[in-house]
Write a protein of this length. Structure first.
Length: 216
């Protein structure tokens, strides 16, 4: 009987020691996992902070501003994005969309803005940027334009049709198309008034000679 009590006592001590060891190891593992998670979280936030001014992040901010109707901020962000990565066709798509929206908001269309918008839409439609930029000759795809990207090329084509009344033919060069649809640019002409004696030389209207006599 006494022997059995001794055996039971030693068995109890051994079991208690094993359980205590397991608890210590479990606590150490939990602490290690918590520490690792903290480091991962810290690294993730550091990566996000470093990526704030990347072309993609600037593009995302520009898209958000555009959807919110803030065209000025959207234009600023997309220009910053393009200054870092001018080969991103999605950034050019947003750039064309912003200019198109600015043009729609004008009662009298600015011909310079109109021309830049048309040129940008044409570049997007014909994949001047991105992976397919070297597949064209003067804008013409030797393999034809049977395939159009639903997210980029087709919206760009529809925008060109709405702006100009037509899209470029599949075998029409960029230069030929732009010559057909672009508007004359506005230029500012300045003149310097020179003194001649006590009188000032006054500008003459086009189509009139001295003393306002019509030019024949």
């Amino acid at each position: 009987m006494r022997y059995l009590l001794l055996v039971s006592f030693f068995f109890y001590l051994s079991l208690s020691s094993v359980l205590a060891t397991d608890n210590i190891e479990s606590t150490d593992n939990d602490n290690a996992v918590t520490s690792n998670n903290s480091r991962l979280s810290s690294n993730t936030y550091s990566m996000m902070d470093a990526d704030t001014h990347s072309p993609k992040m600037l593009l995302i901010e520009g898209e958000q501003a555009f959807r919110g109707g803030d065209l000025d901020v959207a234009m600023l962000k997309v220009k910053q994005s393009l200054s870092l990565d001018n080969d991103d066709i999605d950034a050019h798509l947003l750039y064309a969309s912003i200019m198109n929206e600015q043009l729609d908001n004008q009662s009298e269309k600015d011909p310079n803005l109109f021309n830049r918008t048309v040129e940008e839409w044409l570049d997007v439609m014909r994949n001047r940027y991105g992976d397919e930029k070297r597949m064209r000759w003067h804008g013409i795809n030797p393999f034809g334009d049977l395939y159009h990207d639903d997210d980029r090329s087709i919206p760009a084509k529809m925008a060109l049709i709405k702006l100009t009344g037509c899209a470029p033919h599949s075998l029409e060069t960029d230069a030929h198309y732009l010559k057909r649809v672009l508007r004359p640019s506005t230029t500012t002409v300045t003149a310097k008034v020179m003194k001649k004696g006590k009188a000032l030389a006054m500008p003459q209207s086009i189509g009139q000679g001295p003393n306002n006599q019509p030019i024949k």
